[in-house]
Design a protein around this ligand. Sequence first.
Ligand code: 76R
Length: 245
Amino acid sequence: AAEAVETMDGWYCLHDLRTIDWTAWKQASSEERQAAVQEFKGLLSKWEEVEAAENGSHVLYKVVGQKADLMFMFLRPTMNELTDIETEFNKSKFAEYLAPAHSYVSVVELSKYGPQHSEDDPRTLERLKPILPKWEHMCFYPMDKRREGEENWYSLEFKTRAKLLYEHSKTGRKYAGKIKQIITGSFGFDDWEWGVTLFAHDVLQIKKIVYEMRFDEVSAKYGEFGEFFVGNHLPKEDVEAYLHV
Ligand code: 76R
């Protein structure tokens, strides 16, 4: 058997996507809507406090297209905290106007292929427990590494995989400052092997990095991809205007 790779794992991650039932929202009285918005903003404030204390992080984006309307990404030290967030949110008034669109469970992952700083080095901790950027755009998609006939990532030698990922990282580094990527592992947690979350100031850079990486051997030969979600940042201050009907 090929030698497995060790991973360093950080905060647990939930991508939670919802569709707004605008018909029901419009039918609600303005008092009901107002109360729902205030309660929702209260939750956002509570999550902001968690983030300020560096006990987790979250972002909220407006999904473009019909796959969903809202995309939350939550990071917390334990998986229990993720269900606590979900449950509290599901019990809120605003959630009465939302339908589930998609969810994804994973954990922030760094693999030990190349040279790396130790697990307790501040530079490693910053990547394992990241405060998520609030950049203009976000993209999320799940992926697998192929296991088919001659193209089996999991039967490649360790050093072959390390070399392919080194090539991959060279493409990635070209996007320094333009793309911030968070790789989360989801083996045993969800239907794909990894979640890929990308943040960008310029949305076109998302298309460019994903396209360019298709030509890296690791993606060209071994990458399998799921559904893509792309969205625009929704800061708390804009929630009221966004939900105004
Ligand atoms: O951890 C590191 O930064 C070291 C180099 C590195 C590794 C090991 C790295 C760098 N990645 C690594 C691992 Mn990546 N990454 C993706 C995607 O759409 C596609 O084709 C692939 C989706 C993107 C866009 C991306 C971006 N990477 C991984 C792994 C785990 C593989 C394993 O363990 O088997 C996956 C699934 C994956 C996928 N990668 C980078 C980037 C970028 C932008 C970088 C450079 C980061 C930087 O140096 O700042």
